[in-house]
Design a protein around this ligand. Sequence first.
Ligand SMILES: C[S@@+](CC[C@H](N)C(=O)[O-])C[C@H]1O[C@@H](n2cnc3c(N)ncnc32)[C@H](O)[C@@H]1O
Length: 293
Amino acid sequence: MPTRPEGEAPRRRRRLRGVFDLGVARERRRYQGDPRRILLGTLRERFLRAHLKDSPGRVLELGPGPGRFTPVIRRLARGPVIAVDLSRRSLKAARRSSRDGRGLPRVHWIQGAGEHLPLTTGSVDAAVALGNILGFAARDAPKVMEELRRVLRPGGLLVADFPSPAGAVQEFLHGLSQDRRLQKVLRNPRLYLIDSVLATGYQPFAPARLAKFECQFFTAGEARETLARHGFETLDVMSVAPLTAFQDRSPSIAHQEKRTWEALLRLEECVGRRPGTLEMGHGFVVAGRRKGV
Ligand SMILES: C[S@@+](CC[C@H](N)C(=O)[O-])C[C@H]1O[C@@H](n2cnc3c(N)ncnc32)[C@H](O)[C@@H]1O
């Protein structure tokens, strides 16, 4: 992955902060409303619960946004939660929705960046980075990984999601099919960077070509290599909803009964761990352990 000229990283972060400061309400709805969205959030949440349950004292949540997963983390943590986000407005929203947490560990809300974590070395037992944080970090993803490694104690747990190129293209096409732009884009997929995302995994910031974020996408192999390069042993990898992430009707039908919903979640979790499907869902989630003593 090539490094970037001085000054580009802060510019990218300012852009992200601007987008997320303005998009708090939209972010809050990311995993709400229709069953397909609920499915994507629930699968991430179940993965997080499964790995965090035995672990932690002090937990870092990087990029909590408006706090979708913060209450889950708080209920599982045995020590304080440190929530670090670029966006002050997102932190405010997360803080408001976490007010009612009597008896639960404290949350420290900190405006900051994953590339320069305001935490001392080895000071957290687990770190959670859900919501495409590593993808948004683009060329600076290695810096974020390095910081996560630094602040985690040896043996500490990392739970993160990675956006895959195939999943990202599916999501892009699915979104376009909802608002009639699909045909326009398929008339010239190269213009809209689809070929280049699939070939290189890199998307520049190019709003005129519908690329609203600079982003780095990862194959499952690249995610494993990234973890290994930064001193993590991979414990678990699961594609998020490879069966129905980009279907609307199946999740809606399954959601009508508790039993069918549970069956769909189980199927997705089972298929999602098969190597051939790792890049076909709504990204994939990874659990890793920080090596070293
Ligand atoms: C898509 S939201 C995810 C929110 C939540 N984690 C979820 O999965 O629903 C991404 C959040 O991460 C924050 N963020 C992105 N990159 C970051 C970085 N490098 N450092 C700190 N926060 C970051 C954004 O400001 C935004 O609030």
